[in-house]
Ligand binder design. Structure first.
Ligand code: HEM
Ligand code: HEM
Length: 125
C-alpha cells in the first residue's frame, strides 16, 4: 500500500467536500455547518496532505507498518467523526447521541497521531 499517495488522494477528496460546504454556506448565508466545514478541510485535507507529503519526503517513515496503521485510523476516525458532526449540525441527531461513537472516532484519530509521532521518533533519520 502506498500510504503517501492514499493520504494525498483522501485529502483531495476531503477538500472537494469541504469547499463545497464553504461555497454552500457563502451562497446561502447559513453558516451552521462552519465547524464541520473547518474540520473537513483541516482534519481531512490539511492534515492528510501534510502526512502524505511527509511520508513521501521521508520514505523511511512512509514504508512502515506504523504509517499504514496511521492511515487507516485517521481515515476511519475522520469519516465517522465528520459524518456524526454533519448529522448533529443538520439536526438529525441530538448532541447526546454523539456518545460513545464520536469519542471512539476521536480516540482512533488520536491513536493514529500517536503512531505517527512514534514513527517519526523511531524511523526519521
Ligand atoms: C471555496 C473555498 C471556501 C469557501 C467558500 C469557504 C467559506 C467559508 C465560510 C462561509 C465560513 C463561515 C464563516 C463564519 O461563519 O464566520 C468559513 C469558515 C471557515 N473556513 Fe472556510 N471556505 C473555503 C475554504 C476553506 C479551506 C480550504 C479551509 C482550511 C484549509 C477553510 C477553513 C475555515 C475555517 C477554519 C473556518 C472557521 C470555522 C469556525 O469558525 O467554526 N475554509 N469558510
Ligand atoms: C479529533 C480532532 C479534533 C477535534 C475533536 C476538534 C474539536 C474542536 C471543537 C470542539 C471546536 C470548537 C467548535 C465550536 O466552537 O463550535 C474546534 C474548533 C476549531 N478547531 Fe478543532 N478539533 C480537532 C482537530 C482540529 C485540527 C487538526 C485543526 C487544525 C489543523 C483544528 C482547527 C480548529 C479551528 C480552526 C477551530 C475554530 C476555532 C474558532 O473558530 O474559534 N481542529 N475543534
Amino acid at each position: 500500500m502506498n500510504v503517501s499517495r492514499n493520504f494525498i488522494l483522501a485529502g483531495a477528496l476531503y477538500l472537494l467536500i469541504g469547499i463545497s460546504f464553504g461555497i454552500h454556506m457563502g451562497a446561502s448565508g447559513d453558516h451552521t455547518m462552519a465547524p464541520l466545514h473547518a474540520h473537513i478541510n483541516l482534519l481531512g485535507f490539511t492534515l492528510m496532505t501534510v502526512f502524505g507529503v511527509l511520508y513521501r519526503v521521508f520514505p523511511e517513515t512512509g514504508h512502515s507498518s506504523l504509517a499504514r496503521a496511521h492511515f487507516w485510523l485517521h481515515l476511519g476516525g475522520t469519516i465517522v467523526l465528520l459524518v456524526m458532526l454533519y448529522l448533529m449540525f443538520a439536526g438529525r441527531i441530538a448532541e447526546e447521541a454523539m456518545f460513545p461513537i464520536a469519542p471512539i472516532a476521536e480516540i482512533a484519530i488520536f491513536v493514529g497521531i500517536a503512531l505517527y509521532a512514534y514513527n517519526i521518533l523511531k524511523n526519521l533519520k
